[in-house]
Design a protein around this ligand. Structure first.
Ligand code: NAD
Length: 469
C-alpha cells in the first residue's frame, strides 16, 4: 500500500515515479493499454466497495456512483482504448515548397511525472478520469485524493497499487500539509480540480518550477428560463442537475434568471419536481445526498439566514442534511445589498431564482461576473439561445439540459477565466498530458539551404525575393 504521509515518503514516491518514467517503462503503447485495462478491472471488481465508500462519505447512492463516478471513468477508458492508436500516431506534416526537399512530423511525447489533485465532490471520477489521460499519454503519476472524503481516499490508496504499475502510479493521502509538501517537488504537469483560492496556491508553487497546470475550477453557473411550454420538463431537469449529490456539483445550475412573471410558475413547478423525484421528505430518500462536512454545512446554513425561502429549508446538523431549497432572490440592483448566496458559489442544495427584466438584462448580469464553468439556457427561442452563446463566455453551454456537456468523451471539458484553464476528456486528455514535438529533417542530398546562407550574392537575393512572400 502506498499510503504516504511523511515528507521523506512523499519525496520517495516522487523520485520513484521519476525514475520509472526515465527508465522508459511508461512509454510503450502496450504498457499504457495494460494500465487502462487494469484500471477498468479495478473498477469492475471493486464496484460494491467503492459504492460503500461513497455512501459513507457523501451518502451517495450506488446508482448515482455507477452513473456519475465509476461509469464516467469506465466510459473514458473504453473510448480511450478504442482510439489510442489513432490519437498517439505520429503525423506527417506537409512542408512549404521553399523548404523542399524536407520532411516534417508531429510526435506526441509524454510529459513525465504528473501530479493530479482531486476534490471531494466526485472523489472517484475527478481523480481517475484525469488518470486515464495521464496514463494513456505515457506518464508516471502521483495521485492526491481529497482528505474531505477519507473513506474513498483510503479505498483508492489501497486499490490503486494492487492493480496499476506501483512504480508509476503513487497515491499520496493527506491534506494541506501533504499537498504543500508535494508542491515543493518538480512535476512536469499539475492537474488540479477544486476551488479558485487553492488554484492560486497551486499556480504559485508550479511557477517556481515553470510547471504547466490544468485548473478545473468552479464558480457560479447561471441558468436562463423562459420556456413556458416545457415548464414541467425543464423543472425536472433543473431539479435533477441542481440537487444531484445535494448540489455539490461543479456544473450544477447555481441560480436561475427569469422574468418576474415567470418566478411563481417556475417555483411551483420546481416544487412539484422535487416532490416527484425525491418524495415529500427527501431526508428519508436514499437517493438524496448529504453535505460533506460540518464546515460546509455551517456555511450553507448561514447562506439561508434571512433568505426568502419558498421551498425546503429543513435541515439537520447531526446528519448534515439540507433539504432541496428554493429561495427568491431580490432583483439585481434593487435597493438592497446582494445576499451572500449571490456572491459566492453555493455548492449545495440551495437554488435562488433571480428576477430580471429580459434576456438582455440576464446577459448583462452574467457578463458582469466571473466567466462561469457552465451556462444553461432553457428557452424555445433560437434567437435567445444564440444570444447567450454569442454574447457570453463560459466553459460550456447546456441548451435545455444541465450537466450533459461535462461528460461527452469527444468534447473538451474545462473552464475559462475564473472557472479554469485547460481542458480534458478523450483526446483532449492526451493533449493535456503530452507534448506535441515537431520533427523536421532536411536531407543533404539537394542542399537548398545553401541559398539561405551567406554570402548573399545577387543571385541568392533574387531567389530570396521570389521565395519569401
Ligand atoms: P477540496 O477542499 O477537496 O480541495 C481540493 C484539493 O486541494 C484537495 O486534494 C486538497 O487537499 C487540496 N488543498 C486544499 N487546500 C490546499 C492548500 N491550501 N494548499 C494545497 N492544497 C490544498 O475541494 P474544493 O476545492 O472544496 O472543491 C470544490 C470546488 O471545486 C468548487 O469550487 C467546485 O466548483 C470545484 N470543482 C470543479 C470541478 C471541475 O471539474 N471544474 C469539479 C469539481 C469541483
Amino acid at each position: 500500500m502506498t499510503d504516504i504521509a511523511s515528507g521523506t515518503t512523499i519525496a520517495a514516491a516522487v523520485a520513484a515515479a521519476r525514475d520509472h518514467f526515465d527508465s522508459g517503462a511508461t512509454r510503450p503503447l502496450a504498457w499504457r493499454r495494460h494500465q487502462l485495462e487494469q484500471l477498468a478491472r479495478l473498477l469492475r471488481e471493486n464496484g460494491p466497495l467503492i459504492e460503500r465508500s461513497l455512501w459513507q462519505d457523501l451518502h451517495k447512492s450506488a446508482t448515482e456512483t455507477q452513473l456519475a463516478e465509476t461509469g464516467v471513468v469506465r466510459g473514458e477508458i473504453t473510448h480511450t482504448l478504442r482510439n489510442l492508436n489513432r490519437w498517439t500516431k505520429p503525423r506527417r506534416v506537409a512542408l512549404p515548397l521553399s523548404l523542399q526537399p524536407a520532411s516534417g512530423r508531429l510526435v506526441r511525447e509524454p510529459l513525465g511525472v504528473v501530479l493530479i489533485i482531486a476534490p471531494w465532490n466526485y472523489p472517484v471520477q475527478l481523480l481517475l478520469a484525469p488518470l486515464v489521460g495521464a496514463l494513456a499519454a505515457g506518464n508516471s503519476v502521483i495521485l492526491k485524493p481529497s482528505e474531505l472524503t477519507p473513506t474513498v481516499s483510503s479505498t483508492l490508496a489501497e486499490l490503486v497499487p494492487r492493480y496499476l504499475d506501483a512504480q508509476a502510479v503513487h497515491v499520496v493521502e493527506g491534506g494541506v500539509a501533504e499537498t504543500t509538501e508535494l508542491l515543493t517537488h518538480r512535476f512536469d504537469h499539475i492537474f488540479y480540480t477544486g476551488n479558485g483560492a487553492v488554484a492560486r496556491v497551486i499556480s504559485r508553487a508550479a511557477a517556481e518550477h515553470l510547471t504547466p497546470v490544468t485548473l478545473e475550477l468552479g464558480g457560479k453557473s447561471p441558468a436562463w428560463f423562459d420556456d413556458d411550454a416545457h415548464l414541467d420538463q425543464v423543472a425536472r431537469r433543473i431539479v435533477w442537475g441542481k440537487f444531484m449529490n445535494a448540489g455539490q456539483t461543479c456544473v450544477a445550475p447555481d441560480y436561475i434568471l427569469t422574468t418576474p412573471d415567470r418566478v411563481e410558475p417556475l417555483t411551483a413547478a420546481l416544487g412539484r419536481a422535487i416532490t416527484d423525484m425525491l418524495g415529500d421528505d427527501p431526508a428519508q430518500n436514499p437517493d438524496y445526498g448529504r453535505i460533506v462536512n460540518d464546515r460546509h454545512y455551517a456555511r450553507l446554513a448561514a447562506l439561508l439566514d434571512g433568505a426568502d425561502i419558498v421551498t425546503g429549508g429543513q435541515r439537520d446538523a447531526s446528519s448534515r442534511y439540507l433539504a432541496p431549497t428554493i429561495v427568491h432572490a431580490p432583483a439585481p440592483g434593487a435597493n438592497q445589498t446582494e445576499p451572500d448566496y449571490m456572491r459566492e458559489e453555493i455548492f449545495g442544495p440551495i437554488l435562488p431564482i433571480v428576477p430580471v427584466n429580459d434576456v438582455d438584462a440576464a446577459i448583462e448580469y452574467t457578463t458582469a461576473r466571473d466567466k462561469p464553468l457552465a451556462l444553461y439556457v432553457f428557452s424555445a427561442s433560437v434567437t435567445t439561445r444564440a444570444a447567450f452563446i454569442s454574447r457570453t463566455s463560459s466553459g460550456g453551454v447546456g441548451l435545455d439540459t444541465p450537466m450533459l456537456q461535462a461528460g461527452i468523451p469527444d468534447l473538451p471539458f474545462g473552464g475559462v477565466g475564473a472557472s479554469g484553464m485547460g481542458a480534458y476528456h478523450g483526446q483532449y486528455s492526451i493533449d493535456a498530458f503530452s507534448h506535441r514535438k515537431t520533427i523536421v529533417r532536411k536531407p543533404h542530398m539537394v542542399d537548398t539551404l545553401h541559398f539561405a546562407q551567406p554570402p548573399f550574392t545577387p543571385a541568392k537575393r533574387n531567389i530570396a525575393a521570389k521565395t519569401v512572400k
